[in-house]
Design a protein around this ligand. Structure first.
Ligand SMILES: [Zn+2]
Length: 324
């Protein structure tokens, strides 16, 4: 989120804000210059947000940073002009610094000007897993010493709040969902890497589900592009549920009309079909719920990139890769 002088929010300060020996007026206004300002500097050169003060000084307005060198960044006949000049000066200094960083990376370190790999976390959910159910964790309630905590949860649709006691067979699992950006020009906030090995090590360690940004050169074609975050998280939960019983599952067949899984496949071969037996451990109910959640409001699963199988109304969907 970048900013400019016209969008600044001011907060008044009084005599208690700064010690008397400091070079700020007793009264004035505080505002923030975001660390990612100006927008045209790459995210790897961002700094922390700066708090600034603007106040009257010798018939003019003056802008000074609060926590750094307390340097004057702008003065003018009005607050608006002083703040505008401060933004211009900060932009100039930060652009010069960004150019120095790029120059040093290229000419001293022999790297690309901007780290080519960025891992961005886009979504995350903490699940409470019990032998019977999966729920979304809302909060943890501490209880008396020696008694298990209570997990306040909701069902997978966000409804049906209830409580699960933190007993031995109950497990918490956080699924982080993210995107690996490779020379795609997105410039998101995230962890940056100069080589693929380090980037992939990090992705495999930190993310349960991830995709390469579709704008990256050589990324999968448009029809395989990264789905919406909700969809990624939804498929992660479905995959996790299926793999409780079929650990090598790679693909499902789903009847769209009633959200029913009709087959589980592992590398193209069926490891379970609805004609054979029931799914174990209440899995059928869970999967119907998750699939209903995922497909609700969708015209046709084909819109999510699912392919219709040889049986009309039954779609095949690949599961995300297994988290290590
Ligand atoms: Zn990208």
């Amino acid at each position: 989120m970048s900013a400019n002088a016209d969008q600044v929010q001011f907060t008044a300060y009084g005599p208690e804000r700064f010690a008397e020996h400091l070079p700020f007026a007793r009264r004035g206004h505080l505002f923030t210059v975001p660390g990612d300002f100006p927008e045209d500097t790459p995210a790897n050169t961002n700094v922390i947000d700066w708090q600034m003060a603007v106040y009257r000084s010798q018939g003019e307005w003056e802008v000074r940073d609060v926590d750094g060198n307390r340097k004057v960044w702008g003065t003018g006949p009005s607050r608006r002009v002083a703040v505008g000049l401060a933004f211009l000066e900060i932009a100039r200094v930060r652009r010069a610094r960004a150019a120095d960083i790029a120059d040093r990376r290229v000419n001293v370190l022999g790297l690309e000007a901007v780290p080519p790999y960025t891992v961005e976390v886009t979504d995350g959910v903490t699940l409470v897993l019990t032998p019977q159910a999966i729920a979304h964790l809302v909060r943890i309630e501490a209880t008396d010493f020696g008694h298990p905590a209570n997990y306040h949860v909701t069902g997978p649709n966000g409804g049906g709040a209830y409580v699960i006691r933190a007993e031995k067979n109950v497990e918490l699992r956080t699924l982080e969902v993210g995107v690996l950006h490779i020379r795609c020009g997105c410039d998101p906030d995230g962890h940056r890497f100069d080589n693929e090995t380090d980037a992939l090590d990090y992705v495999r360690e930190e993310l349960a589900v991830w995709e390469v940004c579709p704008k990256s050169p050589g990324a999968p074609a448009a029809e395989d592009q990264q789905p919406e975050d909700d969809e990624v998280a939804g498929m992660a939960v479905i995959a996790r549920t299926v793999r409780r019983a079929y650990s090598d599952a790679t693909e499902l067949l789903v009847r769209a009309e009633d959200y029913t899984v009709t087959s589980v496949l592992a590398d193209g071969s069926a490891v379970w079909t609805e004609h054979e037996s029931e799914l174990p451990d209440g899995m059928h109910f869970e999967l119907v719920t998750y699939l209903a959640d995922l497909l609700a409001g969708t015209e046709a699963p084909a819109g999510l990139g699912w392919r219709e199988s040889t049986e009309p109304g039954v779609f095949t969907v690949s599961l995300p890769p297994v988290a290590p």
